[in-house]
Ligand binder design. Structure first.
Ligand code: GDP
Length: 373
């Protein structure tokens, strides 16, 4: 049983004895395959199965804390669709004095009309606000393999004989990025990291040699609980995860109107003149407009049927229906986004004095920011 083998998908130690324990793989699959994968990765890959996460956050943090003690190059990945939600707050603590390349991933989700220079300036501004120095910022799509070459070139220029650590919260696309980079570095098809829609796919560090350099190391993503994506069911996740360019939806709202984002959050326009509210959410998410005075009743009656996700008949995480209210008063000035972590944001052009309330599950991060787009 001491196999001394790790899963090439998620990095966990492989064992062939206990089916219900992490790292299990049937013995014959381990013998037959050059790059064996555990049963969990096999299922994620072939059946799109949900991946239960058998590790706790302390384990993740210990792995990350090691980086600061080494001489390394750090590639920090964030999700452009949820910048604040995917930002690792303790990044400085983890990486120590090592240089950071910031990769803002999932650029393919932003609308076609996006002004990329503006987004890049926005990122630089936000990163500075966090008090973190990064050497360079890249806007990429790991999935569509856009701008991966530039990341590769920057890594090559800096890496020397150091190792490259890829870090970020769960689900930002680290494994997808590494698969893309390996391809760019000319690695033949071989081991492929397991990627999935569900946070927490990579379980341990995975080290892959870069020809002529050190290694590239995938780290398990830090798990969070403040993103709606961390809380919804697999079916709900499908509804709130954008799969392609977002088509922003603008609603001309009068005050005393409300908009439901599925059954997961509600935006109330409390006070101000008629104006456009532009929503950036998954195109397939069902958005429902109503009068403010009818909103509570509508929720009571139609949660799970008209207002989905969550869905009637599925086991609903009680957190999802325990809403708290966030109040915002926006003065006229610059365009502002109100962000609901994991589901998207609404942009107000900043022309009027406006009062808005957002109702969202307790613990989900809701905040305003200078408009991204
Ligand atoms: P990790 O947990 O950070 O390693 O993230 P994964 O690589 O497993 O990716 C998480 C999810 O994000 C998967 O559903 C990926 O298909 C998706 N994803 C990764 N990169 C991109 C991207 O560039 N664009 C989009 N739209 N989705 C991406």
């Amino acid at each position: 049983h001491d196999l001394d083998l790790t899963c090439s998908g998620c990095g966990i130690a492989i064992q062939t004895e206990e089916k219900s324990e992490p790292g299990y793989a049937p013995l014959n699959s381990v013998i037959e395959r050059e790059n064996p994968v555990c049963q969990r990765c096999y299922r994620i890959k072939h059946y799109n199965e949900v991946a239960p996460v058998p590790l706790n956050n302390e384990g993740f943090q210990k792995i990350l804390s090691d980086i600061g003690r080494r001489n390394a190059l750090v590639v920090k990945v964030v999700d452009l669709f949820d910048f604040a939600g995917s930002w690792v707050k303790d990044i400085k603590k983890y990486v120590g004095k090592n240089p950071i390349l910031l990769v803002a991933n999932k650029a393919d989700l932003l609308p076609r009309s996006t002004n990329w220079e503006r987004v890049e300036n926005w990122l630089a501004h936000e990163v500075k606000k966090q008090g973190v120095a990064v050497d360079q910022i890249f806007l990429v799509s790991a999935k569509k393999r856009i701008e991966i070459e530039n990341v590769k070139t920057a890594i090559e220029a800096r890496v020397g004989n150091r190792d490259v650590y890829v870090v970020g919260t769960a689900n930002v696309g680290k494994s997808t990025l590494i698969n893309g980079l390996l391809n760019s570095f000319g690695e033949e098809e071989g081991a492929e990291l397991t990627t999935s829609r569900y946070p927490g796919t990579t379980l341990s560090t995975i080290r892959i040699d870069l020809p002529g350099h050190g290694s590239i190391i995938d780290t398990p993503g830090i798990m969070t609980t403040h993103r709606l994506t961390d809380l919804v069911s697999p079916k709900g996740l499908r509804d709130i995860t954008p799969e392609e360019y977002i088509n922003p939806k603008t609603f001309q709202l009068n005050d005393n109107q409300a908009l439901f984002l599925g059954g997961l959050a509600r935006v109330d326009y409390v006070e101000g003149p008629k104006q456009g509210f532009t929503f950036y959410c998954a195109n397939q998410l069902n958005v429902h407009r109503t009068k403010l005075e009818n909103a509570d009743e509508l929720y009571e009656k139609h949660l799970g049927t008209l207002l989905t996700p969550p869905y009637e008949g599925e086991e609903i995480n009680p957190v999802l229906t325990n809403w708290v209210t966030h109040s915002f008063t926006l003065k006229s000035g610059h365009p502002q986004d109100i962000v609901i972590s994991g589901i998207g944001w609404v942009t107000l052009r900043g022309q009027h004095y406006t009062t808005v309330k957002v109702h969202a599950p307790k613990g989900v991060d809701v905040h305003t920011r200078r408009a991204l787009i």
